[in-house]
Design a protein around this ligand. Structure first.
Ligand SMILES: Nc1ncnc2c1ncn2[C@@H]1O[C@H](COP(=O)(O)OP(=O)(O)OP(=O)(O)O)[C@@H](O)[C@H]1O
Ligand SMILES: [Mg+2]
Length: 242
């Protein structure tokens, strides 16, 4: 479903190697958690997957489409929740959702049904007619989640989606992520909340200094040490590599 092959990206004229030769294959139906310290390269990787940044080298394939050669088909396969929500503040929530629905070609009766389902689920239906600039951080986050779910994309990409969500919304989002995978779709998300990654993910990738230092199910990451928490594994791996 999602294939990265030898993907690298530098900033500042090559001085900062943000992503360093990452090769990764996320399978259909999988929830994949991407964890790593601040500045490890998670957001840079996610932006390259979504076609916002171009890799310096390597290739990315989504749902069988190469992001560089077939950008529209690749992007149509993605619903993306970015780590910041400063977009289209002048639109109302509903205008924004209709805009997304138009871009993805979501048919109007399906669109109405999904929009009202998620707006009610996340308790932002009353604010749907207000401009996004008046929304709180959590409300913007919920709107972005709704927008990303609206087309029911095969690949759902979320960059730190739980940040700023209250406990109830956070629980609902985790349920939606699980349901999305049970329906045969795929979820790729970054987080700093290791307990969530531990409980929710089928597989986890750990990135540090742009390098993927470990990938696998929790059991695979544990290796011989069968009872270790992800937190302990994370510190052991990142400290030994650091
Ligand atoms: N526009 C930029 N110019 C220069 N360096 C950048 C730029 N954006 C990111 N970086 C650097 O690239 C590296 C990777 O950043 P990135 O945002 O991908 O990390 P991250 O894993 O998402 O971190 P966080 O957990 O803080 O969100 C960091 O060293 C960061 O300082
Ligand atoms: Mg980030």
């Amino acid at each position: 479903m999602l294939k990265l092959t030898n993907v690298s990206k530098s900033y500042a004229g090559g001085k900062v190697r943000a992503v360093d030769d990452i090769t990764l294959h996320v399978k259909r139906g999988e929830i994949f958690g991407f964890i790593g310290p601040n500045g490890a390269g998670k957001t840079t990787t996610i932006k390259m997957i979504c076609g916002i940044l171009q890799p310096d080298s390597g290739s990315i394939e989504i749902n069988g489409f190469d992001v560089r050669r077939d950008p529209i088909q690749a992007k149509k396969s993605i619903g993306y929740v970015p780590d910041n929500h400063e977009v289209y503040e002048r639109l109302t929530g509903l205008e924004y959702l209709n805009f997304i629905g138009d871009i993805y070609g979501v048919e109007s009766s399906v669109r109405k049904e999904r929009v009202s389902k998620y707006l009610e689920m996340f308790e932002i239906a009353d604010a749907a007619g207000e401009r996004i600039k008046s929304y709180s951080h959590g409300m913007k986050q919920k709107l972005m989640i709704t927008a990303a779910l609206l087309p029911q994309p095969p690949l759902w990409i979320l960059d730190e989606p739980l940040t700023g969500l209250d406990p109830r919304s956070s629980m609902l989002l985790k349920e939606e992520m699980r349901k999305h995978c049970e329906a045969g779709f795929t979820v790729f998300f970054s987080t700093h909340i290791l307990e969530v990654a531990e409980r929710l993910c089928d597989r986890i990738g750990i990135i540090q200094n742009g390098k993927l230092i470990a990938v696998g199910s929790l059991d695979e990451l544990r290796g011989q040490k069968s009872n270790e928490t992800l937190e302990k594994i994370f510190f052991e791996l990142t400290e030994s590599e650091g």
